[in-house]
Design a protein around this ligand. Structure first.
Ligand code: SAH
Ligand code: SF4
Ligand code: F3S
Length: 488
């Protein structure tokens, strides 16, 4: 039996790429290893967004020299964004690495692993502008995914925005959108396999299909026929089609860019019940001068207007965001503008980062670096503000009854279950032991307490109308009832 372990850094796109690698290898006869010791093949799926992420790879590789030597025939591969950025230099610098595959080359992993066993060291990091990279096998019967009931679906890849601080356009290449039919077919297949929540993925997910539409318009203006149609539609229409798929109770997407939140997407949030009332909309800064230098192409007023329109379309919609502090030239007044924006936008949560210069990006050439201790102090101030806002929001939810898609046992222990509500908040809850609750189930939970990180609740008495949907547990009737079929 040959076993593979994939170690993942970075964003959800990378988490999903790891799933693609695992699924592909399952189709080629590999099984998934529980830990490093029992693996014959290790893939490190890397992230390059900040310097620290890139360095995690180098310290990993140092430690892995021993692992590699401990057993002949072991294979070590590096994929993802650092692989794309650094390429075959990784092979020269680290003799323990057998092969390197870039972000457009996931589909070659199995063949490259075989070649490595035959002694071949190679790097495949060529970029492709074709849809070939999406030619991956369907879910293998043994593939489970991180959370039963939930799945990622790639709708577009790459980024053409070139924000001045960001390495992603260099690691993920140019924007490319999958044809809608392929996306819908995958979503249908997932739903028929029991998936009830999909998260659509793309670096600027709501820019879906924009280049295809522009090119098609140009072609039509020159009299081209419809067969050249690449098969994409606009993002809001795609959401509507997905919502028609039976069984898909929840639809999410990440990450949208504020520039592409158009009227149709805002309307979709008001009209599509399955579209979750949560948008993670990275703002980066509240200062217009900084936003300009970041090349974000909106002002803080544009951003706040979009936020208000989303919330007007779907009352209760939760906004979360990404914020960078210490961008070159950021003054104290700029930072105060960011704090003001975080308050005004009412972010329920945010990821905040100290600016990290990345090779080849425009911002890496900018003068006026912010001293590290100033950036650190700003980060702490911002995070303190955010924690208070998160807690205030969580407190406002106490007393509500919500549908929770269960992911597993709570990290808090004590036999509690954990899951997410429609707004993507973590909910930890208790339930009587007589009630069998499994990952992938929906549970109705009454919120009784708020913490800065999660909501805490207890299993609610199912209301009369819902009780009929409680079914005996699959093969475990002695354990009591299983809760199902309460879409969120
Ligand atoms: N595509 C998304 C962002 C993806 S990267 C968007 O356009 O918003 C995730 C987050 O990492 C970014 O939102 C940003 O806040 C942060 N980030 C990106 N490059 C960074 C850098 N050089 N230094 C610090 N944070 C960075
Ligand atoms: Fe990076 Fe900007 Fe593209 Fe987001 S939109 S991935 S921040 S370049
Ligand atoms: Fe990192 Fe690449 Fe994602 S740089 S954040 S893994 S797109």
């Amino acid at each position: 039996m040959q076993r593979v372990l994939v170690r993942t850094y970075g964003c959800q796109m990378n988490v999903h790429d790891t799933e693609k690698v695992e699924n592909l290898l399952l189709h080629h006869g590999w099984t998934l290893a529980e830990d490093l010791d029992c693996a014959e093949f290790l893939v490190i799926n890397t992230c390059s967004i900040r310097e620290k992420a890139e360095h995690s790879l180098y310290s990993d590789l140092g430690r892995l020299r021993e692992w590699k030597q401990a057993q002949p025939g072991r294979v070590l591969a590096v994929g993802g964004c650092v692989a794309q950025q650094v390429g075959d230099a990784l092979l020269r610098r680290f003799p323990q690495v057998d092969f390197v595959f870039g972000t457009h080359n996931v589909r070659w992993v199995s063949a490259m692993a075989e070649a490595a066993r035959a002694g071949q060291r190679q790097a495949r990091v060529e970029e492709t502008a074709s849809l070939e990279r999406f030619d991956l096998p369907e879910r293998h019967p043994d593939f489970v995914g991180a959370t039963p009931g939930r799945a990622f679906v790639t709708v577009m890849e790459g980024c053409d925005m070139f924000c001045s601080f960001c390495i992603v356009p260099r690691t993920r290449g140019r924007e490319i959108s999958r044809p809608a039919d392929a996306i819908l077919a995958e979503a249908r297949q997932l739903a028929s396999g029991g998936v009830c929540e999909v998260t659509l993925l793309g670096q600027t997910v709501n820019a879906y299909g924009r280049h295809d539409r522009r090119r098609a318009e140009t072609r039509r203006a020159h009299g081209a026929a419809a067969e050249d149609d690449p098969g994409t539609i606009d993002f809001a229409t795609l959401l509507g089609r997905l919502a028609d798929i039976p069984g898909l109770a929840r639809i999410r997407y990440t990450s949208p860019h504020p520039l592409f939140v158009d009227d149709a997407l805002i309307r979709a949030h008001g009209e599509i019940e399955a579209l979750c009332p949560h948008v993670h909309l990275p703002v980066q800064s509240g200062s217009d001068v900084v936003l300009e230098r970041m090349r974000r192409r909106y002002t803080h007023v544009d951003y706040l207007r979009t936020a208000d329109r989303l919330r007007a379309a779907r009352p209760g919609l939760v906004l979360t965001s990404d914020v960078i502090v210490g961008f070159p030239g950021e003054t104290d007044a700029d930072f105060q503008a960011t704090l003001a924006l975080v308050r005004a936008a009412g972010f329920v949560d945010s990821f905040s980062f100290k600016y990290s210069p990345r090779p080849g990006t425009a911002a890496a050439e900018l003068p006026d670096a912010v001293p590290p201790e100033v950036a650190q102090a700003r980060l702490e101030e911002l995070q303190a503000l955010q924690s208070q806002q998160t807690l205030d929001y969580h407190r406002s939810r106490v007393g509500e009854e919500v549908a929770v898609l269960v992911s597993g046992e709570s990290r808090r222990g004590g036999g509690q279950h954990a899951g997410r509500d429609q707004a993507h908040r973590v909910v930890n809850f208790e339930a009587p032991q007589t009630v069998a609750i499994e990952p992938g189930d929906f549970a109705r939970v009454r919120i009784v307490e708020a913490t800065p990180h999660s909501l805490i609740g207890t299993l609610a008495d199912p209301p009369a109308g819902v009780r009929t949907s409680l079914k005996p547990s699959r093969g475990a009737t002695d354990r009591g009832i299983r809760i199902q079929g309460i879409p969120g």
